[in-house]
Design a binder for this molecule. Structure first.
Ligand SMILES: NC(=O)c1ccc[n+]([C@@H]2O[C@H](COP(=O)([O-])OP(=O)(O)OC[C@H]3O[C@@H](n4cnc5c(N)ncnc54)[C@H](O)[C@@H]3O)[C@@H](O)[C@H]2O)c1
Length: 328
């Protein structure tokens, strides 16, 4: 029999319907294994064919999940003006016994969901359990999935949504208010035109605008409340150096990758690094220790996030008969 692989389009991946709680659980296993040193994840080789654009190769192996493969993902900041997505790419899932490719799938849904899940996993250790107000800065794909993920773990009641483009924050507020997991669960979503209104007074803050080497540094000292948690999905682009220095615990998903980016010119005003996400999950380092601490998760986005998620999508697609089989 000739080997075959399953091709899953963006619509196929979405139709498979893997839930956010399943992805958070899978990432919890992946980060426990990462914290114990049981994963393989060489640093991302990176290409750039334009200012602030990238194409990354992201390979990973998580033996505990029998998950092995690669994401090939690009980010092109001018794409929205071309009516194209900022982030696009493909994931290859391989067989851990034979190495054969089992599936090729669109990467955008997995990227959106696993990044939200990583924020929620970090928040499980770093945020106050009673956190109920969320600030979203950047109302795109990540603004949506990060909110959905936080709603899975926290008693969210109110969301303040800011975007540099007010049309996007208005559309976000309307869409999220109609979403069964958000508005349908009683959460109130308000579009705001001042970025501070999505930071001060919020328990959980997510910044998800464009990643810039030179931060626009909108969030100033004194904006983030005592006791709040922030997730830097767009790296340090939103943060003024003095505001970052106010933070009590600064954590990241992978210290070597953070240092790699620092070498490339990002993260020039870093506070001391308290822990990696794997160290928080395994208990090697404490998470939040008092209600008044300001905490930050700077998840750069790791190949293990994708490899924890994509094999679930593949297996469920096979069970449900979704996708197109292709001969190798
Ligand atoms: N850390 C990770 O693991 C990870 C993973 C995927 C994407 N990202 C990053 O997350 C960011 C968002 O990605 P996306 O797919 O949601 O993009 P998107 O294009 O869907 O949404 C971005 C939104 O940000 C808005 N925006 C632009 N400048 C802004 C500003 N200064 N303040 C507030 N909003 C602003 C845009 O109008 C748009 O609505 C990107 O920087 C991307 O590289 C990070």
């Amino acid at each position: 029999m000739k080997p075959k692989l399953l091709y899953l389009s963006r619509a196929d991946v979405e139709a498979v319907g893997v839930s956010m709680p399943e992805i958070i659980d899978a990432l919890a296993v992946a980060f426990r294994e990462h914290g114990l040193g049981h994963t393989q994840m060489p640093p991302k080789p990176s290409l750039s064919s334009g200012a602030d654009s990238f194409i990354h190769a992201m390979p990973a192996y998580i033996p505990a999940l029998r998950a092995i493969g690669l994401k090939w993902v690009s980010g092109y900041p001018d794409n929205p003006s071309r009516n194209l997505p900022y982030i696009s790419g493909l994931i290859v899932v391989n067989d851990d016994q034979t190495g054969l490719p089992l599936a090729v799938m669109d990467a955008s849904w997995v990227t959106g969901m696993r990044t939200g899940a990583a924020t929620a996993l970090a928040a499980r250790y770093l945020a106050r359990p009673d956190s109920s107000t969320v600030g979203i800065l950047g109302c795109g794909v990540q603004g949506r999935t990060n909110l959905r993920a936080l709603k899975c773990l926290f008693p969210v009641r109110q969301v303040m949504a800011y975007d540099a483009n007010p049309t996007n924050s208005a559309r976000y507020a309307a869409e999220m208010a109609a979403h069964p997991e958000i508005g349908g669960a009683g959460v109130q979503v308000t579009a705001v035109d001042d970025p501070r209104a999505a930071v001060s007074g919020c328990d959980l803050v997510v910044t998800a605008g464009p990643i810039l080497k030179i931060p626009h540094a909108t969030i100033k000292q004194g904006w983030l409340d005592s006791g709040a948690f922030a997730s830097m999905v767009d790296y340090d682009s939103y943060w003024d150096g003095a505001a970052l220095q106010e933070v009590d615990k600064f954590c990241t998903d992978d210290v070597p990758q953070l240092m790699h980016y620092r070498g490339l010119g990002y993260f020039q005003s870093l506070p001391p690094i308290h822990a990696s996400l794997g160290e928080l999950v395994t208990g090697q380092k404490p998470g939040r220790e008092s209600a008044g601490e300001r905490t930050i998760a700077c998840n750069l986005g790791l190949a293990i996030d994708d490899m924890a998620t994509a094999p679930i999508v593949y297996r469920r697609a096979v069970e449900r008969g979704i996708g197109v089989w292709l001969e190798l």
